[in-house]
Design a protein. Sequence first.
Lengths: 318, 227
Amino acid sequence: MITLEHIYWLTGLMMAGVAVVNLRDPSNPRRFNNTAFWGIYATTFLIGSHLPDLVNGFLVIGMVLVASIRGLGQGKRESSTREEREASARRWGARLFIPAVTIPLVTVLGTFAFKRVALHGSLLVDVKQVTVISLAIATLIALAVGMAMLRPPLSAPIREARRLLDGVGWAAVLPQMLAALGALFAIAGVGNVVSGLAQRWIPLDNPFVVVLTYAAGMAVFTMIMGNAFAAFPVMTAGIGLPLIVQRFGGDPTIMAAIGMLSGFCGTLMTPMAANFNIVPTALLELPDENAVIKVQIPTALLLLTANILLMNFLVFRR
Amino acid sequence: MLTLIGVAIVVIGFVLRMNPLLVVTVAGLATGIASGLGPLAVVAAFGKAFITSRYVAIVWLVLPVIGLLEHAGLKERARSVVAGLRAATASRVLLAYFAIRQITAALGLTSLGGHAQMVRPLIAPMAEGAAENQYGELPEPVRHKIRANAAAVDNIALFFGEDIFIAIGSILLIKGFLVQNGIHVEPTQLAFWAIPTALCAFVIHGTRLLLLDRWLRTELARKQSDT
């Protein structure tokens, strides 16, 4: 059965390849830093599951020190000139879209198909992780299609991956780091402290104020944690269930549905949601790392207002 | 109260624009120590949390094939496709992607998008190409603004589309949490009550997208009269 562990090996191999390409590229002034950073990262994928937690902890700290003390560099940026790429685009035409479209299509197909396909009575992939595994398989198929079509040198994919990954730099690891921080916050009970503060300081004897506190609290707490999933249990146990549902008789379904979406408004406004807000600025080569958040803030605030009004009108309907 | 030290460190670190990896690590270690764990136990807890979060990084597996296609001119091709459509403007390209992304996410097809696999190689070049088509070569800040909008469209359409699908993570989380608290809810009902917000999101962000074309017109007219 294909499990997440196999996909981690694949990711580890790619990261190791990126480290090796960096090591052999004198055009990158910080190539040893890049090699160390991606090399350690590769280690956490290849054997991280078998190492003691403490060793993994020190590996992560090592990566952080490499990235923050002297920083990472970049090799010669483009592997081809714009003219070369335009000529190539004319030559291949719409066929260039085939491998690109293969990724989402195979991912979606795989998500449905792998739940049913069995070999010798056992499932082919771990069903709990079917989306991520389908994505990984889809990238392999797309890569095979691309290689067969374009016939580049065999080392081209890993060199191109190196170019893009070094363009993103340490931001590539930030989402995973924030997920780890969220886990530590949960162990330390940060959520209970925050909802305790809200209950102590906000006058919660008017239904509208309670709805306002719950929805805005979801947004603010999501901004702090970077994730609405972390905010939801805390705010709902602390304010939603005892006050909106039990004291004022609100509908728990409507409260929970709109409450979660209020949290998503917070996700749009925080650098803590790095994979949605910071990583794309690196991927799109934007000089301002808050550029995506700035575009999203007006929509997020208007939509949060809409959510508060919707919840206030709908939740007490009965 | 000391438990909140990690939150404070994160806020201060981001305001001072220190390296976020360092800020997050220090915040994590400080939070662990404040909650009474020993230093080595905190490092171990952080290592364990990092290892169990590795699935977040699997999206980077798309980079080899995307890089290969970019080298072969994928972005240039995406631009020239849009250049062939006279009616295409930056706003309309992004609005069309917004609608497709929100509807497919509502049907559970959340993987038909993403920044690495769709926005960078296809959507952003298409929106830039449409604007170039209308106004010629674009100044860098305008280019950056269009790209930031392309990334925002992917996020907003995904967030306020996916909750209409009953088997998505957030719906399952809500159901699981409420069951623990003795309240039974139907996933179909949760998904139904996500629809009003989804419609508001489409109206609000769609309107803002249409205003982007107007902003481009005034911004680029001003640039031209300056020179």
